[in-house]
Design a protein around this ligand. Structure first.
Ligand code: FAQ
Length: 313
């Protein structure tokens, strides 16, 4: 089959909503885009364990500790599904992790902000997982089969995470004045970084147009950000909290909440590695990787032994 035929067959599949699978022919750019996006996503899940992991020992009750422990463990699992999905594109997990640890690979800007109070654990679940779900629901329909299937599983777990965060804030908001103030303070700090998670405006986005034509992305950064604001404002009101945006207003004719401008200078500084926690996050991941070396070696030795047993039998 000629290159022209292969491209034609690929285009037809995309058009007909038939998933592209690992052994199918695909354009180089499509493969590269997927490796970039899926690996950034995997790194985000794994680095994303750090801000909340920091609070496991300080959770206010056994029930909260068990839920947080399970949530953080889920995020690690999501990272593994995603690394496995990226590996189907012909890249090794070691290469991807090396790129993260040497500071070359990106991960979501949001995880470079510190979790300073217990209310932040509520805000992360409510806002960060809430934003992640908004993005990931559309990724369930992404055109690459292994990524789409990983997303279906991940979304089920993320919706539980979002509710556990919201419930933490609901409890605080129904508590003492001090607890409510703690919840408001954490909304003040996490609101804008959560909006940044969706990436630059569509007009500034490098990859969106091509990714949407390949149906890797099914909705644009700005569309998803708007959907997130529309869904979240009523939730903040129910909590009795104020969104820290003086420009926020309901537009009756569009049926959407209008909101103020994001501080893009802050966003790009964080993406470039100059956020509050960037250096600490990498240091922690490097330490975890080094301390986990014996686990990887033991797992490999076990697999090798099993293989040997099978060969002998
Ligand atoms: N942070 O052209 P675009 C989670 C970069 S998972 C850092 O618009 P694209 C679960 C972008 O990579 C959260 N960098 O890019 C959880 C590109 O740079 P490059 C992660 C960002 O790919 C919850 C450049 O800017 N979710 O939270 C960010 O078309 C709680 C130009 O941007 C995903 O990764 C950012 N926020 O659209 C875990 C979802 N935004 O690569 C623990 C999958 C943009 O050219 C606790 N990813 N950049 O060097 C996506 O949907 C897309 O990749 C976007 C960006 C929407 C993030």
């Amino acid at each position: 089959m000629t290159l022209v035929d292969l491209q034609k067959r690929f285009d037809e599949k995309i058009e007909a909503e038939v998933k592209i699978e690992p052994k199918d022919w695909m354009p180089d750019g499509y493969r590269k885009t997927l490796i970039r996006q899926i690996s950034q996503h995997a790194h985000s899940e794994v680095v994303g364990m750090l801000p909340e992991g920091n609070w496991i020992t300080r959770a206010p009750s056994l029930r909260r500790k068990a839920a947080l422990l399970a949530k953080v463990q889920d995020e690690g699992g999501h990272g593994l599904y995603l690394y496995a999905a990226a590996e189907t594109l012909g890249v090794s997990r070691e290469e991807l992790i090396d790129e993260l640890l040497c500071g070359k690979a990106k991960y979501s800007s949001i995880f470079n902000y510190p979790a300073l109070s217990w209310a932040d654990i509520g805000a992360i679940g409510w806002l960060v997982d809430g934003a992640a779900i908004m993005n990931q629901v559309m990724l369930q329909r992404t055109s690459y089969g292994p990524y789409s299937r990983a997303m279906i599983r991940i979304c089920k777990e993320e919706s539980f995470h979002q509710r556990q965060g919201y419930e933490i804030l609901l409890t605080l908001c129904r508590g003492s004045d001090e607890q409510k103030a703690m919840a408001q303070d954490s909304l003040n700090r996490w609101w804008w970084p959560s909006l940044m998670m969706f990436g630059p405006h569509d007009s500034e986005s490098t990859h969106s147009e091509q990714s949407m034509s390949w149906k890797i992305k099914r909705k644009s950064n700005d569309e998803l950000r708007q959907a997130f604001v529309d869904a979240t404002v009523p939730q903040a009101r129910y909590l009795g909290l104020t969104i820290p945006d003086p420009d926020l207003k309901w537009n009756e004719s569009t049926g959407h909440w209008e909101f103020g401008e994001i501080d893009w200078e802050e966003f790009w500084q964080v993406v470039k590695g100059n956020g509050i926690c960037n250096r600490q996050r990498l240091k922690d991941r490097i330490r975890a990787h080094e301390e986990g070396a014996w686990v990887r070696e033991a797992a490999m030795a076990h697999a090798e032994k099993q293989r040997h047993r099978r060969d002998v039998a």
